[in-house]
Design a protein around this ligand. Structure first.
Ligand code: GLN
Length: 307
């Protein structure tokens, strides 16, 4: 099958979406994120055979927030394999990303690694293994992208740390069920720093590309995970990557994806490409509003999705 003309399609999407730029609400519960202009829009596709297509602000770094959960989960899965699932489930939650309600009924075992509670368990695994979990994660994305300048933004991390009551409550609650190995506050500290990593669309697409390439990072040839694990991580993105909007997102877009409240969404088409879109305005489920439109148009106009 010949590849679609991704360059022209990205140009068309940019042009047709322009009247919608700025839609949605920029996250402000982390005060530092509220300073980002809602009108930004960037999109990048990186193919497994090395082509890069970009539009708009594709080279401007932004706060990856929950997209970091994908990389953290990959590292934890590398370390623990299937025993990771003793501590965190693999089912969609049907609740908001920061919800606490299920945790009591389900004895402190979060539904999946992409909601906050599950990501805190994953970060706990990393905190146990590494002296600084956030540094391990920064080094991981640097390797995946070949970009040594990627780092976390201390101001964003401190801004979230000063307003992390809900996540702190979650971590302590899970500790009360015995599902936290390290001190809850140390885990929160590492979690807020990992969420504050800044990357741009091209870097994020490049970092996620191993999932579209049987677990091998085309950037450096590294076998990040085996092909079967790449399938499993992608399946989790499909069912849980956009929280309680996952069903609607898959209906519209048809790709495994992971979003963040910084307005980024990264998605993969196995065997072909990884794509990242960034538009800071969110819908009520915490997913980028214009970003979801862009991805829906991409898969509709190219006729390419996993279905
Ligand atoms: N750091 C954010 C939080 O914990 C990440 C949430 C997100 O991107 N959905 O609330």
């Amino acid at each position: 099958m010949t590849s679609p003309d991704y360059a022209s399609i990205l140009d068309e999407i940019y042009r047709d979406l322009r009247p919608h730029f700025g839609r949605g609400r920029v996250a402000d519960y982390i005060p530092e994120l509220a300073n980002v202009r809602a009108e930004h829009f960037g999109m990048a596709i990186v193919t497994v055979d090395g082509h890069v297509y970009r539009s708009g602000d594709a080279d401007l770094r932004f706060s990856i927030q929950s997209i970091s959960k994908l990389f953290a989960c990959t590292l934890a899965f590398q370390l623990l394999g299937d025993s990771l699932w003793d501590r965190v489930g693999r089912e969609p939650s049907g609740n908001a990303f920061n919800s606490l309600v299920q945790l009591e009924f389900e004895a402190g075992k979060p539904r999946n690694p992409f909601i906050n509670a599950g990501a805190l368990v994953v970060t706990d695994v990393l905190c146990r293994r590494f002296v600084r979990a956030e540094t391990a994660l920064v080094e991981f994305v640097r390797r995946l992208t070949g970009e040594p300048s990627i780092d976390y933004d201390l101001r964003v991390a401190e801004s979230e740390l000063a307003h992390a009551e809900r996540n702190r409550a979650m971590a302590h609650f899970m500790a009360s069920f015995g599902n936290m190995d390290m001190p809850a506050d140390a885990v929160i500290d590492a979690y807020c720093r990992q969420c504050a990593i800044s990357m741009n669309c091209v870097e994020l697409a490049r970092a996620a590309l191993f999932l579209a390439n049987g677990g091998v990072s085309p950037a450096n040839g590294e076998q990040v995970v085996d092909a079967s694990s790449a399938k499993r991580l992608s399946a989790l993105m499909l069912t849980c990557g956009t929280y309680d909007a996952a069903g609607d997102f898959v209906y519209r877009v048809g790709l495994p994806a992971k979003s963040g409240v910084g307005g980024g969404i990264v998605a993969v088409l196995p065997g072909e490409f990884a794509v990242c879109v960034w538009s800071p305005g969110l819908d009520p489920t915490g997913n980028s509003q214009v970003g979801q439109m862009a991805l829906e148009w991409l898969t509709t106009r190219t006729g390419r999705s996993i279905f």
